[in-house]
Write a protein that binds this ligand. Structure first.
Ligand code: SAM
Length: 232
């Protein structure tokens, strides 16, 4: 369970709201039970239930099990997609280990806003399910031209291009340092957007094969290839 940190030995952790309901009603915890807590800061703790009420559970951290894991410095910049498809991207990118997810608004995006609270809940649930001790940062949706304008100097901007580019595995394994993958929406990037991306000094067009993939497929597959090639 991710809680607000930092967690410290024997310093009581108070859980309320949905999390208390989950512990109390779903997990039916009782005093003395063990619960694993994470705080996205110190790491993963074995904690003991001290008091279990309907709306409030108190736990005592007893042992630090794992330090917060090192997270590969990789960002996923997926164009906003329809809600359930974007949720899938959030969930899988979290499982795969990305450090940051920056939703991008492009001209052909069907969706143009993101429910940040829901997105955070999807990512947190995915992190809890795959036992990550670090949550991905979730950026505010940003327009493509602002993303390009403010792009950090030292970060590779791999651009998933269905019209062709370097094979992803080759491009990823030879690129040192911080990186990111930019993926288009259901309707793809328009010509002006493609030109602006290709003109950016940090951009490298990469191909994920000869077929046209859905945006969520390209995002998930692209992150998986990067993690396999450079994610340690
Ligand atoms: N232009 C596509 C079409 O003709 O249907 C629409 C875009 S595609 C559904 C969504 C996004 O996935 C693209 O903008 C691109 O970023 C990525 N993508 C799809 N297939 C790809 C491939 N084979 N290699 C690299 N990126 C791909």
């Amino acid at each position: 369970l991710f809680v607000d940190g930092p967690i410290a030995l024997d310093l009581p952790v108070h859980v309320e709201g949905n999390q208390a309901h989950y512990l109390g009603k779903v997990m039916r915890v009782a005093p003395g039970d063990a619960v694993i807590l994470c705080d996205d800061a110190t790491g993963e703790w074995a904690a003991e239930v001290v008091e279990a009420g309907k709306r409030h559970v108190t736990l005592a951290p007893r042992e630090l099990l794992r330090e917060r894991e090192p997270v590969p410095d990789f960002w996923l910049c997926p164009a906003l997609l329809k809600k359930d498809r974007f949720d899938l991207v959030l969930e899988k990118a979290t499982e795969l280990g990305v450090a940051r997810i920056v939703p991008v608004v492009t001209r052909r995006c069907v969706a143009d806003k993101l429910n940040a609270e829901r997105a955070r809940a999807v990512a947190t649930e995915a992190a809890e399910q795959c036992a990550r001790t670090a949550l991905p940062e979730l950026g505010e949706p940003v327009k493509l031209d602002s993303l390009l304008r403010d792009w950090p100097q030292d970060r590779h901007l791999f651009f998933a291009d269905e019209n062709g580019g370097e094979p992803a595995a080759d491009a990823f394994c030879y690129a040192e340092g911080p990186a990111a993958l930019l993926v288009g929406p259901e309707g793809g990037f328009d010509e002006a957007e493609r030109a602006a991306i290709r003109a950016h000094p940090a951009s490298v067009a990469i191909s994920l094969g000869p077929r046209i993939l859905r945006g969520e497929t390209a995002a998930i597959a692209g992150v998986a290839v990067w993690m396999a090639e450079a994610g340690d």
